[in-house]
Design a protein. Structure first.
Lengths: 227, 303
């Protein structure tokens, strides 16, 4: 359960990125957060990964106030979450296998589990034959599928996807969304940030619309991208 | 479990090192230069040590005994001197030895030989030749002699004639040592800054990766460790490179130095101390590499 209560975020240059946000996301939900550039969507995600602390209000995940986490506990929070980004954020000097394995290594998984799970995850996203490829040897869609495999590998409770289709063509974008829906069916909460109207409309789940740092609309079912 | 983690960390560090070949080449090169500078400082210290030792060995104090002093008196003074810990050695020249040496030195000079034959008695004095463990100690040794109970049997202490020279040599020695130490320190600081900045640039290159590791939930130590390994590897490879270059260079230069400073062998010194020099270079390389990595990465682990 993700709960934001009265959250405001002001950046150092006094730019108010979020203003009095109240939002609850239940376990197993698929929520699309939409809105124009500068609406505060990405800031919201960065609060959830504790890259940022709110200036005001509270951000809770599973009942834990994450602004109060000690520096040593932040990695533990991040291991509950899988993150997918528009720019993929893959480790360029590591192979596909190593990129995915890294997420397991940090939680201290044994080598046997890594050797068993990583090829399966890569298979799931359609990269079963690219274990030893480096990110620069993959297409845009391939990179994003690799990033999804990494986000999934440690079976996180929550997946945060920040414009995951932003750098992809329509076909690849569609594939990525299908993967996210499949992950959601298995019980993982998915928070998707996007400004792609076609994608949002095709998902028809909960849609939260933001503008100017505020939530302007929250459609709980069959949501559409409406500005 | 710990072994497995350690293995992963070392493997990741090695991969970073191996896969960024241009960066690795540059960083190792710069670090090797820094280590060469350190080896150069060792050589400079070696030469200034040789110089100072040579100067200091030329300094001594002689006490000339009156001709009525017996061998026993001389031996008493020698023993008393040897009890002082400021005295390194005392060498006695008896009257006979002094005469024999004088005859030999002037063997070609018939006038001197004839004059000596005329004399009934040996006109030369016995002397004690004293070397101090440190040239700063001659004054105290001389004042000890001045208050000695057999002082009336001593004719002349040549310290007073040599005092100015001894003082000057002592000042040169300590200046060479002090400046050597200061220069070493200064260059060492520069070397550390250069090494540090090079490694810092290498790690700034990998800032993106560090950010990703954090976002996947890597703990700070887990992220840091491979970079420390990488830093240590730069140090090890740079040390080996520096040692190879240094020994080749020293072998080439050493015979030329021996022409200017006979009996001084630079390469002999470095081969004689190969293991300590090698270990020191590797150690300094590793410490520089790891320390620089540690400081450089700290900045990216804050968020």
């Amino acid at each position: 359960m993700i709960e934001l209560a009265n959250v405001s975020t002001v950046y150092e240059d006094n730019f108010m990125a979020l203003q009095g946000i109240n939002l609850q996301i239940k376990d197993g939900e698929f929520v699309s957060i939409v809105g124009p550039a500068g609406a505060g969507k990405s800031t919201l995600l960065r609060l959830l990964t504790r890259e940022l602390k709110p200036t005001d209000g509270s951000v809770m995940i599973d009942g834990v106030e994450i602004a109060k986490l000690s520096r040593a506990d932040i990695p533990l929070l991040r291991r509950k979450i899988g993150t997918i980004f528009q720019d993929f954020k893959l480790l360029p000097s590591r192979t596909a296998f190593e990129n995915v394995a890294f997420a397991l290594e940090v939680i201290g998984a044994p080598a046997s589990k890594i050797n068993e799970d990583v090829p399966k995850a890569l298979d799931l996203v359609g990269l079963g034959d690219k274990l030893n490829s480096f990110p620069h040897q993959l297409s845009g869609g391939g990179k994003q599928r690799l990033a999804i495999a990494r986000a999934l590998i440690h079976r996180p409770r929550i997946i945060l996807a920040d414009e995951p289709t932003g750098n992809l063509d329509i076909m690849n974008g569609h594939d990525v969304i299908q993967l996210l829906l499949k992950i959601n069916e298995l019980g993982t909460t998915v928070v998707l940030v996007t400004h792609n109207k076609d994608i949002v409309d095709s998902i028809s789940r909960r849609v939260v619309t933001m503008d100017g740092g505020q939530i302007v609309r929250d459609q709980l079912e069959n949501g559409r991208y409406i500005i | 479990m710990l072994k497995e983690k350690l293995g992963r960390v070392i493997q990741a560090g090695w991969n970073n090192f191996r896969r960024n070949s241009y960066v690795t080449f540059g960083t190792t090169g710069v670090l090797a230069l820094v280590l060469l500078l350190m080896l150069g400082l060792i050589a400079v210290n070696f030469f200034s040590g040789v110089l100072v030792d040579a100067l200091e060995s030329k300094v001594d104090v002689s006490v000339y005994m009156k001709t009525n002093a017996t061998d026993q008196d001389i031996q008493t003074i020698k023993r008393d001197l040897e009890k002082l810990n400021t005295v390194a050695s005392v060498f006695v020249v008896t009257r006979e030895a002094a005469l024999a040496e004088f005859r030999e030195r002037h063997a070609q000079d018939t006038l001197i030989q004839e004059s000596l034959a005329e004399l009934q008695d040996n006109p030369l004095q016995a002397s004690l030749n004293i070397k101090a463990s440190d040239p700063g100690q001659y004054a105290t040794i001389v004042s000890f002699l001045e208050t000695h109970k057999l002082r009336p049997l001593m004719d002349k202490i040549n310290y007073y004639e040599n005092e100015a020279l001894i003082g000057r040599i002592q000042r040169i020695s300590s200046t060479v040592r002090d400046w050597g130490a200061l220069n070493t320190l200064l260059l060492a600081v520069i070397a550390v800054l250069v090494a540090f900045n090079t490694i810092r640039l290498t790690i700034i290159n990998q800032k993106h990766e560090i950010e990703i590791m954090r976002l996947v939930g890597g703990s700070n130590w887990y992220i840091r460790a491979p970079y420390l390994v990488e830093g240590a590897l730069y140090g090890i490879f740079a040390a080996v490179l520096a040692i190879i270059i240094w020994y080749i260079g020293a072998s080439a230069v050493s015979p030329k130095i021996a022409l200017v400073m006979p009996g001084v062998s630079l390469i002999g010194y470095f081969f004689g101390n190969f293991i300590p020099v090698f270990l020191l270079t590797v150690f300094v390389g590793i410490v520089l590499g790891m320390f620089s990595s540690f400081i450089a990465i700290r900045k990216f682990l804050r968020i």
